[in-house]
Design a protein around this ligand. Structure first.
Ligand SMILES: NC(=O)NCCC[C@H](N)C(=O)O
Length: 408
């Protein structure tokens, strides 16, 4: 175990020391009703209130002694090198599906007027058609007209920092996102992990040039030996196998990857929307995934082989066995009331972010689930959640832990 690393994650619940966030910005104001679904939103959010809520979230973490690192600050530092900035812009434009010479030139010219800070925010907010004035229309693609309002789409899901990469041990998975609209998010992470002095030598258990999708919301580091990964709407079995193989081939302490085959529906898009760890032996769960739930264990086999088995027991018995605990308590979202469970899961009632064992951050709106957590001696810190919840993610989805203390 490497203890002097800028990525150090061997549990879900060890004292959180450092976390990566992105505060929503103008990208939210480029979400329009016609393209809601394409941008993976269900509603139009009110940015001013969303920022207020996000600031409450960040302050609450700071009050607990957590270092809050913003993605935009890291990117600003990365772009200080003119050479890196040039390459980043070309990659960003290309991955924004711009492939014509005239438009590429116009975008490069447009971005050249901004400071690094403005540039990174502009990349995230998207480029509207009216923003570009002088396009030399050289190719057919530059000439044809269409009503789509953007040259470069906004990236409104970036405030869900959990998903584009995931910290596991002293390395990361640099993810392949299942939807096009989120894939450019991983380009920011690529540039940070390629170039930022604090992060550039971090090992990768998975990389974005791979074929199968995996998203961070599906990855839970349950202990220094066990990682759980959801086979979900967003994460494919092949990607899990590859991640497991790379983890086992390293000198990391991980021995088992538990793959949870959850229903492939939007309401439970990632494992962490239905299952999170809140204490050494307690978890939140959305009851509808509990049964039937196929769980597979993946362990190192002989030579190059992986040993993969289907686990026959119920979830609590599987967790008890692999986490070496005398008993495990699953706290149901909605406290056993199916109506409250459905309503609160929709607004991420099960999506808790643990700050330390038995202390979690939750949306205030999920009061039935929060009360159930308190009944089980979990300390719940709440913040407002009128607008952030419209993007269908909660406190865990909005944060990527970089460093947690080791659990004793
Ligand atoms: N880990 C998570 O569950 N993240 C929430 C992502 C919500 C976002 N609107 C999405 O559909 O990808």
């Amino acid at each position: 175990m490497n203890t002097d690393n800028s990525i150090f994650i061997y549990s879900e619940i060890g004292q959180l020391k450092s976390v990566l966030l992105h505060c929503p910005g103008e990208e939210i104001e480029n979400i329009v009703p016609d393209y809601l679904r394409r941008l993976l939103f269900d509603e139009i959010a009110y940015l001013k209130q969303a920022i207020k809520e996000h600031n409450q979230f960040a302050q609450l973490l700071r009050n607990e002694g957590v270092e809050v690192v913003y993605l935009t600050d890291l990117m600003k530092e990365v772009l200080q090198s003119e050479e890196v900035k040039k390459q980043f812009l070309l990659d960003f434009i290309k991955e924004g599906r711009i492939d014509t010479e005239g438009l590429t030139e116009a975008l490069v010219e447009y971005f050249s007027h901004f400071s690094n800070n403005e540039l990174i925010h502009k990349c995230i907010s998207g480029v509207r058609k009216e923003d570009l004035h002088h396009i030399k229309r050289k190719s057919l693609g530059d000439m044809v007209k269409n009503a789509y309002p953007f040259y470069l789409d906004p990236i409104p899901n970036l405030y869900f920092q959990r998903d584009p990469f995931a910290s596991i041990g002293s390395g990361i998975t640099l993810n392949v996102m299942s939807a096009n609209t989120r894939n450019r998010e991983t380009l920011f992470a690529k540039y940070i992990f390629d170039h930022h002095p604090r992060f550039k030598n971090i090992r990768r258990w998975y990389d974005r040039d791979t074929t199968h999708a995996i998203e961070g919301g599906d990855i839970l580091v349950l202990s220094e030996k066990v990682v759980a990964i959801g086979i979900s709407l967003r994460t494919e079995a092949e990607a899990i196998e590859k991640t497991a193989r790379n983890l086992f081939e390293s000198n990391e302490s991980f021995e088992t990857v538990l793959a949870f085959d959850i229903p492939k529906t939007r309401a439970y898009m990632h494992l962490d929307t239905v299952f999170t760890m809140v204490d050494y032996d307690q978890f939140t769960i959305f009851p509808q995934i509990e049964s039937p739930l196929d769980v597979y264990s993946i362990r190192k086999g002989i030579g190059d082989h992986l040993q993969i088995s289907s686990e026959a027991d119920e979830l609590s018995a599987i967790l008890k066995k692999y986490l070496d605990l005398p008993a495990v308590n699953l706290i149901p979202c909605g406290n056993g009331d199916p109506i409250a469970a459905g309503r609160e899961q929709w607004n991420d009632g099960s999506n808790t972010l643990a700050i330390s064992p038995g202390k979690v951050v939750c949306y205030n709106r999920n009061y039935v689930t929060n009360e159930a957590l308190r009944q089980h001696n979990i300390e719940v810190l709440e913040f407002e959640s009128y607008e952030l919840s419209r993007g269908r993610g909660g406190p865990r989805c909005m944060s990527m832990p970089l460093v947690r203390d080791i659990l004793h």
